[in-house]
Design a binder for this molecule. Structure first.
Ligand code: CDP
Length: 230
């Protein structure tokens, strides 16, 4: 069967990466978490003191862009982890320090240009599942399968809270809910590649779906899309 490109976009914390990762493993495709790349840039800015009170030191960040080398490697259990240079930063990029600043970083034009170029390079041979905000609209507008996932803000905050708790990390439901709503607002309102459903994307509201249910749903959609390209 010919390999296709699969774009999964949607609101923050709605389980996009879980379903994208599961599908990629099942069908033997590469999985790329594009959000992790914006998180890695944010982590770099924190490490190099590039944030001011409410903004970013843009000339310094722009000059540093060629030094920001983001890659993914599989860990011992076969799960992809994010690396900045040679350092694994998977855990660091999931905490609130990064989460509360990443949407600001994702509004910057030169950051988006660099990330989109890297994402397109990663997907040049197809056989890829990528999740994010602008994959079906900007990164892979010709993807054979596009899904736009959403769920209520409260459901999404609860899922993120459960995820952090399960990892033994400190978390407050209230601050996570606030972060989810704030990122929705910034992601949907930004000038460059705002979060929106591509016209040809399938809408999935998974508020009341279990993980196995959404996994099965996505596998069916994949089969349908892949059949069309035979
Ligand atoms: O996992 P979650 O949905 O909470 O977020 P993420 O996928 O890790 O993405 C983190 C942030 O990066 C988002 O809130 C967006 O601001 C930004 N992002 C983006 O602008 N474009 C993408 N393709 C992916 C993420």
């Amino acid at each position: 069967m010919k390999k296709i490109t699969i774009a999964i976009d949607g609101h923050s914390s709605c389980g996009k990466s879980t379903m994208a990762k599961d599908l990629a493993r099942e069908i033997g495709y590469i999985y790329i978490d594009s959000g992790a790349m914006y998180r890695a840039v944010t982590y770099y800015c924190l490490q190099h003191d590039l944030f001011t009170e409410d903004s970013v030191k843009l000339p310094e960040l722009q000059a540093a862009m060629p030094d920001i080398q983001i890659t993914f490697r599989l860990n011992a259990e076969g799960r992809p982890e994010t690396y900045l240079g040679g350092e694994c930063i998977e855990k660091e990029i999931r905490g609130m320090a990064v989460s509360s600043r990443v949407s600001l970083i994702a509004t910057i034009g030169f950051v988006r240009e660099a990330m989109v170029a890297l994402q397109q390079q990663m997907g040049r041979n197809k056989g890829i599942v990528m999740d994010g905000r602008d994959i079906g609209t900007t990164v892979f507008p010709d993807a054979e399968l596009k899904v736009f996932v959403t769920a209520s803000a409260e459901v999404r905050a609860q899922r993120r809270y459960d995820e952090l708790k399960a990892k033994g990390e400190e978390a407050s439901y209230e601050s996570i809910l606030e972060n989810v709503k704030e990122r929705d607002r910034i992601d949907s309102g930004r000038a460059i590649s705002p979060l929106r459903k591509a016209d040809d994307a399938i809408l999935l509201d998974n508020s009341t779906m279990t993980i196995p249910e959404q996994k099965a749903w996505l596998l069916e959609e994949f089969k349908r899309a892949a059949q069309c390209t035979i």
